[in-house]
Design a binder for this molecule. Structure first.
Ligand SMILES: Nc1ncnc2c1ncn2[C@@H]1O[C@H](COP(=O)(O)OP(=O)(O)OP(=O)(O)O)[C@@H](O)[C@H]1O
Length: 220
């Protein structure tokens, strides 16, 4: 399988404080990597470093995709409040150099359940609606390397279901997904590998099967 991202001995410090140290990982097309760990363990920081939003203090990250093929959905929705939902998606399409038209945008907005507010200013949207618009951006841009930082926060049950389906679809057409989850029991069955961060710097990257087995041994 084609490797899409490789991190070699990456460490991240904020001042003198290490968030993670000497982490190696590789991820290939069609794989879902779940990022787990307690609050403050460094999950968001790792996603920022892997996606290129932040440079690692030490080590290197090689991404074998174009910058326009990277998608990120996190706590920030990156939505322009003075633009309508339609204008937001048309704008993002242009920003990523994609040839998207209004019909495609309206189709995506229908899929995420925002068709009724397609021409309303996104600044008036609730947190859940703004999250759905962010999800719509991913559906429109179809990134090959996708970073999801607790994407279900603020989404209602039906939008969470849609997100799960869409992650499955993106993976089957060859996208590689890093997914921060606070619910490993729910999300582990959908993952190929796990990056487990701890606040004691015991970082590990393992296949989902090996992770489950290790947890079983620890719990048993
Ligand atoms: N810009 C920053 N400057 C200094 N320290 C930071 C910065 N961003 C994060 N940290 C610290 O780095 C550590 C890891 O933070 P991070 O947000 O990556 O953890 P997390 O695992 O995503 O947490 P949560 O599950 O609560 O979202 C925390 O102790 C946090 O306070």
């Amino acid at each position: 399988m084609t490797t899409l991202i490789e991190a070699r001995s990456i460490s991240q410090f904020y001042g003198h404080k290490a968030v993670f140290r000497k982490l190696f990982l590789t991820a290939a097309a069609g794989e879902v990597h779940l990022v787990l760990g307690p609050n403050g363990a460094g999950k968001s920081t790792l996603l920022k470093v892997l996606s290129g939003l932040l440079s690692p203090t030490q080590g290197t990250v090689h991404r074998r995709v174009e910058p326009g093929e990277i998608g990120y959905m996190g706590h920030e929705t990156f939505i322009y409040p003075r633009l309508s939902a339609v204008q937001n998606l048309l704008f993002w399409g242009r920003l990523y150099g994609r040839d998207v038209d209004r019909e495609q945008v309206l189709e995506v907005l229908t899929r995420v359940g925002l068709q009724a507010v397609a021409y309303e200013e996104a600044g008036h949207f609730s947190r859940g609606m703004a999250q759905r618009l962010s999800l719509g951006r991913l559906l429109l841009l179809q990134p090959r390397l996708l970073f999801l930082d607790e994407p279900s926060t603020g989404l209602d049950a039906s939008s969470q279901g849609l997100l799960g389906q869409e992650i499955g679809r993106m993976r089957s057409r060859g996208a590689c997904v890093f997914w921060v989850s606070h619910d490993p029991e729910r999300d582990l069955p959908k993952a190929d590998a796990v990056v487990a961060l701890s606040d004691k710097h015991g970082e590990q990257h393992a296949s989902a099967a090996a992770y489950r087995e290790a947890q079983g041994v620890l719990c048993g």
